[in-house]
Design a protein around this ligand. Structure first.
Ligand SMILES: [Zn+2]
Length: 453
């Protein structure tokens, strides 16, 4: 028995299982004899760490990864970026399979740059800086890829107004990766073949407003109205070709790390903190700037925040931050007060939002690394967080870091073929134990999920 895992980053349960299903003949045929369900992602439901949570069945707190960027120690400005080397503490499913002599072929699984040695082969993911870098394991594989498709494409610039070019780049990237995937599936030995196509995430972020009538910036009858559907059709065409390559002894999984939904706007966390006097500036910014460029009065500042799909908020604590002012004794009380205020933060029309405000300690049994003090999902993630200031207002119609129409939804997809019908829901933590079980291997005890039957 071997397994093919098809990762469609950001695939949406409702689109795959319902709305687009009739346009996806290969997927539809597969689904008929599959076990499938919406799959609840981790907190936060973000590409990094979600794919690694899927591959390890270990929560982000234990990994010490809370997103892409992290604060370096207790610094105000210094950051570090999560890459493959930050996920070494817990074995990925392919590390476990290797102990049983099984080989894996891993393509584009975030974060897999720099590519780390494994029993099998690997091509790194969208965080790879460029194709000049060493992006394969073993290193010789790179030449093979280049002979096949020329320059391998890791990602596209998707926060852009150049939509025609973006469509072209998306299709080009996906087709090249597909060629590589087919080639490796046919020419390498593998027990596990797991690839992730990041293009679906990009296409949904870039084109959601042309397709979702409920989007506040919906543009009816746009020439781009079918781009998302067409991209799903491209994935389906490619799926059909992959299904021809595998034999009956191959278990097939189709999974996503999270879903997507319309973005209602961007909530300027720092503008809001300034308004509420949690964050105090020495001078007003003259234009839109990131917070590290701002002249902050740390002697009066109690909290500041970061942008992203969710907000990370940090308190300015005496003895912890360089110019901290909240004493250790007051910390919990002050944090609770701020959390209550964040819970009550309103949308652009003054309406209550379905905010989720929590501390890392509440949701993770262990918080390694540099966790924020508070995590906030504005309106259940419908509003993304904007970290920049100088807007003169708290609510933005658009993202502050480039055009983006969609946010992440907590639910992605799980499909296991062959199987026997729809389940109500499964957890991203269940994936690794289930995959191992299908390959006849018992999940190690440190894994947090259970086997999906
Ligand atoms: Zn993702």
């Amino acid at each position: 028995m071997r397994a093919l895992v098809i990762g469609w980053d950001c695939a949406v349960p409702d689109l795959l299982f319902n709305r687009f299903l009739d346009d996806l003949p290969n997927f539809k045929r597969l689904l008929k004899n599959s076990t499938y369900a919406p799959m609840e992602s981790c907190d936060p439901p973000i590409t990094i760490p979600a794919w690694m949570v899927m591959a390890t069945s270990v929560n982000p707190g234990r990994h010490g990864i809370y997103g892409f960027r992290h604060r370096k120690g207790n610094s105000y400005n210094d950051i570090w970026i999560a890459d493959s080397t930050k996920f070494k503490k817990y074995p990925k499913v392919w590390d476990i399979l290797a102990k049983y002599g099984k080989k894996s072929c891993i393509i584009g699984l975030p974060p897999s740059y720099p590519p780390l040695p494994l029993k099998g082969c690997m091509i790194s993911c969208f965080i790879t800086p460029d194709a000049e870098k060493q992006y394969t394991y073993p290193p010789e594989l790179k030449k093979e890829i280049e002979r096949l498709v020329g320059e391998y494409i890791f990602d596209v610039e998707f926060r852009t107004d150049e939509k025609d070019a973006l469509v072209k780049n998306l299709w080009e990237m996906t087709e090249r990766r597909h060629e590589v995937i087919k080639y490796l599936m046919e020419n390498k030995e593998w027990d596990l073949f797991w690839f992730v196509e990041i293009g679906l995430d990009r296409v949904q972020h870039a084109f959601w407003r042309y397709f979702d009538k409920e989007h506040h910036l919906y543009e009816p009858n746009s020439p781009y109205k079918n781009v998302i559907r067409d991209y799903y059709k491209l994935l389906d065409k490619n799926l059909g070709e992959l299904l021809k390559i595998v034999d009956e002894d191959t278990k097939i999984f189709i999974v996503s790390d999270h879903g997507a939904k319309r973005m209602k706007g961007a909530f300027c966390i720092n503008e809001w903190l300034i308004k509420k006097r949690w964050l105090v500036l020495k001078e007003e910014p003259k234009n839109i700037i990131s917070l590290d460029k701002a002249n902050i009065d740390w002697s009066k500042t109690k909290a500041w925040g970061w942008g992203g799909y969710y907000a990370r908020v940090f308190l300015n604590v005496k003895g912890r931050e360089e110019n901290g002012i909240i004493s250790r004794e007051e910390f919990e009380k002050v944090r609770k007060e701020l959390m209550e205020e964040l819970m009550n933060a309103k949308d652009d029309r003054g309406n209550k939002m379905a905010n989720k405000v929590f501390t890392p300690e509440e949701i993770y049994p262990e918080c390694r690394g540099n966790p924020p003090d508070i995590m906030v999902y504005f309106d259940d993630l419908y509003w993304r967080s904007a970290g920049t200031i100088g807007h003169g207002k708290v609510h933005l119609e658009k993202n502050d870091t480039g055009p983006d129409d969609a946010v992440h939804d907590k639910f992605g997809v799980f499909v296991m073929y062959p199987g026997n019908g729809k389940l109500d829901g499964v957890s991203i933590y269940d994936f690794a134990p289930t995959l191992l079980s299908q390959l006849g291997i018992k999940a190690p005890l440190h894994m947090e999920g259970k086997v999906i039957k």
